[in-house]
Design a protein around this ligand. Structure first.
Ligand code: PLP
Length: 404
């Protein structure tokens, strides 16, 4: 990978902040966008903008065709059997809320049990809690060990004849743990229970094959993988999506409407009420092309080197405590140093041009598990460099003595 050439594709990275070169290590929150993605959005607005699916005129037909091509592109990117299994949403959060709402209406009864894990983002906890309260269902939680691994034996013990669904993250946004999702799916399926995989933190970093995982649902956000904000994806197996009622009502999700009875459109439109963000969906396909152009394997290899180098340099810091030491990790490193509050460290690092994230990372139950208020998290993108890690370490060497 020619990183210097790649960095030229991301104009934002060339900035200075507080007169220091920007070192952007907050990619798990959102990634920066390459020129091709941003330019494509401008070009689409200038040349093909028209509402999709409804018009007989040229522009509408062209916009519709490009939206459907984007759906095909997303389908091939994650190994979906068909583009009909791909529903565009606003992001991972909306995808999870959609599943929670519709799946619950179709399949959850009083007393039903839904399994999540202790390392979930709030967006894979709260939608289930909201629905569980409504339906009289119960959440069960797969525990994590000290290193940030899911306890598989405990997971197996959680299943009962009341279990209706498992929903777990592919990669933890705090610990970086890459969960053995194919194995989790196989265990769920041995109990005839479907599984939702939250791919928000895996799609930017590794090859995804929903059929190899045998995921019943797989969700992710465009903005975390070099695409625009406001667009996300929900993949679902056809038989489940067919059995679930629509999430929202409105235009395009219907076949026929009368005051007596409304019939719903076929997949995927049944779940896409209203005007979709077709510009963002098409730009997401450009982001996928961009990642594919570099090569997902090359991205993975590059980020692995960054991770190894960062771990080696960080480990030399006195009193550092890593939160998450799983054998299989990707994307993020979370840590604390002595008794220093992570926010204090983050604020001072910012003044040196280093953008990191601090806090609970929308995973409060996980913070409670480790008895900590939060962490300092660095997270990698395909454009980060070894020199940037050296800058981070040099900045930490200045900041830590100031706060100790
Ligand atoms: N799931 C995980 C694991 C995440 O890291 C995030 C965002 O950080 C989300 C879900 C929510 O994603 P979004 O805010 O794009 O909907």
């Amino acid at each position: 990978m020619d990183i210097e050439k790649i960095r030229q594709d991301f104009p934002i990275l060339g900035q200075t902040v507080y007169n220091k070169p920007l070192v952007y290590l907050d990619n798990a929150a959102t990634t920066q966008k390459p020129r091709v993605v941003v330019d494509s959005m401008q070009e689409l607005y200038y040349t093909v903008n028209a509402n999709v699916h409804r018009g007989v005129h040229y522009l509408s037909a062209r916009a519709t065709e490009m939206l459907e091509q984007a759906r095909e592109r997303v389908a091939s990117f994650i190994g979906s059997e068909s583009a009909q299994n791909i529903i565009f949403t606003r992001g991972t959060t909306e995808s999870l809320n959609l599943i929670a709402s519709s799946f619950t209406k179709a399949f959850v009864k009083p007393g039903s049990q839904i399994i999540v894990s202790a390392m979930e983002h709030h967006s894979n906890i709260v939608p289930w809690q909201l629905e569980a309260v409504r339906a009289g269902a119960e959440l069960k939680v797969i525990p994590v060990d000290e290193n940030g691994n899911l306890l598989l034996d405990e997971y197996k013990k959680l299943f009962t004849d009341k279990t209706v669904l498992v929903s777990v993250t592919h990669v933890s946004n705090v610990l970086g743990t890459v969960n053995p999702v194919a194995e989790l799916a196989q265990i769920a399926h041995s109990h005839n229970v479907p599984i939702v995989i939250d791919g928000a933190q895996s799609t930017p970093h590794m090859k995804i094959d929903v059929r190899a995982i045998d995921a019943d649902f797989f969700v992710f956000s465009g903005h975390k993988m070099y695409g625009p904000t406001g667009i996300g994806v929900l993949y679902g197996k056809r038989e489940l999506l067919e059995a679930m009622p629509p999430y929202q009502g409105g235009g395009e999700m219907i076949k026929h409407v009368s005051f007596e009875k409304t019939t719903y459109n076929e997949l995927p439109y049944k779940f896409e009420a209203g005007t979709p963000d077709y510009i963002a969906a098409i730009a997401l396909a450009r982001a996928i092309d961009y990642m594919d152009g570099i090569g997902i394997d090359a991205i993975e290899q590059h980020e692995r080197e960054l991770m190894q180098y960062a771990m080696q340099r960080l480990s030399a810091i006195k009193d550092i405590r890593f939160i998450g030491n799983a054998a299989h990790r990707s994307g993020v490193i979370s840590f604390l140093v002595g008794n220093i509050h992570p926010t204090d460290m983050g604020v001072l690092l910012d003044r040196l041009g280093i953008a990191v994230r601090t806090g609970h990372h929308c995973a409060e139950p996980l913070m409670n598990r480790y008895g900590i208020p939060g962490t300092l998290r660095i997270s990698f993108g395909l454009y980060n460099t070894i020199q940037e890690i050296d800058s981070l370490i040099a900045a930490l060497d200045r900041v830590i003595p100031m706060l100790s």
